[in-house]
Design a protein around this ligand. Structure first.
Ligand SMILES: C[S@@+](CC[C@H](N)C(=O)[O-])C[C@H]1O[C@@H](n2cnc3c(N)ncnc32)[C@H](O)[C@@H]1O
Length: 367
């Protein structure tokens, strides 16, 4: 079933400038990607192979342990997404408190005709952080792209999502790439360089602090520029969560049913599996609050008693009772602030659609 193909570096690879690479990762990765392609084991019957660009284990180990040794400790939100984490996130999107998914969907439905006219038909649709691909499925119904490429770090979960995509759109060329987009994504070498639409919904751009968000947007701009192809005519369709009442924001990240808490705590189990650490999730609790000064929701895990976490190679971190691990930021941009960021990333044209309450925006941007 597995078939090999060559991967060419894409503009999402942060290799074009050394300063950008250094700033992006705080520290350059120790090892390069190992590229391979194959089907996720439980999905042998699915028709869409996932081109998985696994990070070298040493590099993941180094990134996580360096974060744990920081003051305060951090774990990148990308480690939320093992299979269970992806399923928990899907449950979050259906919670009454979690307005972003519903609101973004409503904006896209309400303005579907205008968005389709702005974006154009027959594109190559590339969704970053595709997850269950639900939003892309809705978009494909109006845009009828020739090709869809889903990119996600949670490769097994992506496998199921793209298989459903191919079922619904049997004539569309459907591809899947399992990759950590902060480390680089290698798109299929035969992907057209013109007419690309990068789709980055869910306000995931808010998970990066503004300098890193700018770098990511620059890389998206290079991607839609067709990697230097003249007349590439590409665009970016991106979801932005806008500032609103603190109560609404905080409830969305700390729901009554405790699903977001389970999602946050699951990162510890995933980290144990990735690096062999000794976290006991029962010793931690979920915290989420709005940091007004930084205009961002912060998620943390707080130690409920003094405790020690160990990992192979003699690594150890002591936590005092009440000490936190910072696991996620979700920046809330005003539209002018985000349009400014887009302009700095080289997108000179932008058009936005919002919901009547002004809670969420969908922005189409072009170089
Ligand atoms: C907040 S969810 C959004 C999912 C979906 N796009 C939506 O809007 O509902 C973030 C998605 O991005 C993926 N993701 C997170 N960090 C990633 C990374 N560094 N590289 C690739 N995918 C990533 C997660 O696995 C998850 O599917």
């Amino acid at each position: 079933m597995a078939q090999a193909f060559l991967h060419n570096p894409s503009p999402l690879l942060p290799t074009r400038s050394a300063p950008r690479q250094a700033a992006w990762n705080a520290k350059p990765p120790h090892l390069a990607f190992e590229a391979f392609e194959g089907l996720a084991p439980e999905a042998e019957s699915a028709a869409v192979p996932v081109a998985a660009q696994a990070l070298a284990e040493q590099s993941v180990f180094d990134e996580i342990t360096q974060g744990l040794l920081q003051q305060p400790a951090t774990i990148s939100p990308k480690f939320f997404y093992d299979q269970l984490g992806s399923e928990l996130f899907e449950s979050i999107t259906r919670l009454p408190e979690y307005y972003p998914t519903r609101t973004e969907h409503a904006v896209m439905q309400q303005h579907a005709a205008e968005i389709a006219a702005a974006v154009g038909q027959g594109r190559t649709l590339i969704e970053l952080g595709a997850g269950n691909c639900e939003k892309a499925r809705a978009l494909c119904r109006t845009l009828a792209p020739a090709c869809f490429v889903g990119v996600d770090i949670s490769a097994d979960f992506l496998q199921g999502a793209v298989a459903r995509m191919r079922e619904e759109f049997p004539h569309m060329d459907v591809r899947a790439v399992g990759a950590d987009m902060t480390r680089g994504v290698t798109l299929p070498a035969d992907l057209p360089r013109t007419g690309r639409l990068v789709f980055y919904p869910g306000s995931s751009i808010g998970n990066f602090d503004p300098p890193h968000a700018l770098m990511l947007l620059e890389q998206m701009r290079e991607l839609v520029d067709g990697e230097g192809e003249p007349g590439a005519d590409g665009g970016l369709l991106i979801g932005i969560d806008l500032p609103k009442e603190v109560e609404v924001l905080e409830a969305a990240y700390d729901d009554a049913a405790g699903v977001t808490a389970a999602f946050n705590l699951n990162v510890l189990t995933h980290v144990n599996r990735l690096i062999g650490s000794s976290f006991d999730p029962a010793q931690w609790r979920h915290l989420a609050f709005f940091n007004t000064l930084q205009s961002r929701i912060e998620m943390h895990l707080q130690a409920m008693s003094p405790l020690q976490v160990r990992w192979p190679g003699g690594g150890v971190r002591d936590f005092a009772a009440g000490e936190c691990i910072h696991t996620e930021n979700s920046y809330k941009y005003t539209l002018p602030a985000f349009t400014d960021l887009l302009a700095r990333a080289g997108f000179s044209r932008a058009r936005a659609w919002t919901d009547p309450r002004g809670w969420f925006a969908v922005v189409h941007a072009q170089p």
